[in-house]
Design a protein around this ligand. Structure first.
Ligand SMILES: [Zn+2]
Length: 274
């Protein structure tokens, strides 16, 4: 597999809770052409008119502020549970309502399909995973860090490469940039909370990381759901029995890499790959 335009690498971000430091984070993302996903609890918006002290480390956005920040942006909005509960401790009916009420509220608010998410507190069990699947959620991020760039396979137990506070962040970034991809494409996935940059007084970390990773023709900068949707489409390619031709039945332009050659497989077309 190759990502759009034949790129071998992708970079994505996932930030939780819908808090006011997301504004500064999005400014940084936009400045460097990064794309990310913001996981929001639609049941916990601040009352309209809430004003935080200028030095407030964190604080949730009101609904209108959240709309103003995320709606007309290239970033994704995803669920984080309607009221940020430990989902694995709830009865199943409550788990379902935490998922579906968040989905419904965010879909109504933003006028888009919302089908990704991140676990509140990072905790879950198999019943929660099944509830997410039945409620139409395609992927859900955990707080597990792999310090690797593997393409995920278990999307409802989605691990990250690392948290932004991982002491190896810049080392991993250098490795990611310098690594020459031969076979499998690579995904760098960073997660965190924007208020942590206020708490730790280290906005320079994300600024430097984004600057380092920006403007690279080998990297696809994408939201979580864009990457999920692309990979799902790729997995639907249909090969001839002898492997010499491939048909793309999807609406997505797909890219295949084989024996040193990158092939574009336009939507609805069959392409010879030998
Ligand atoms: Zn959270």
């Amino acid at each position: 597999m190759r990502f759009p335009k034949g790129k071998a690498k992708a970079l994505t971000f996932s930030y939780d809770d819908g808090v006011h430091p997301d504004r500064r984070l999005i400014e940084i993302f936009d400045k460097y052409g990064m794309k990310g996903t913001f996981n929001i609890n639609a049941g916990l918006f601040a009352p309209e008119g809430t004003v935080y002290p200028p030095d407030a480390v964190s604080g949730r956005l009101s609904k209108s502020e959240a709309y103003a920040l995320y709606a007309d942006s290239p970033h994704e909005v995803a669920i984080h549970g309607y009221t940020h509960e430990f989902m694995e401790e709830l009865p199943t009916s409550k788990v379902v309502s935490e998922i579906i009420e968040d989905r419904k509220a965010l879909e109504e608010m933003f006028g888009r399909r919302i089908n990704g998410g991140a676990y509140p507190f990072g905790t879950f069990n198999n019943d929660v995973v099944e509830a997410l699947r039945l409620c139409g959620i395609k992927y859900c991020r955990t707080t597990v860090s792999t310090e690797q760039f593997k393409i995920p396979t278990d999307w409802l137990r989605l691990p990250a490469t690392c948290h932004h506070a991982n002491p190896r962040l810049m080392e991993l970034a250098d490795f990611f940039l310098e690594y020459g991809v031969n076979r499998k494409p690579q995904l760098f996935y960073v997660w965190g909370h924007s208020y942590e940059f206020n708490q730790m007084h280290n906005w320079n970390v994300i600024e430097e990381f984004c600057e380092k990773m920006s403007g690279n023709d080998d990297i696809w900068y994408a939201t979580n759901i864009e990457i999920y949707n692309y990979i799902e489409a790729y997995n639907r390619l249909e090969y001839y029995a002898d492997g010499t031709k491939v048909y793309n039945p999807t609406l997505v332009e797909l890219w295949v890499y084989q024996d040193g050659v990158t092939y574009k497989i336009p939507s609805g077309e069959t392409v010879s790959i030998k």
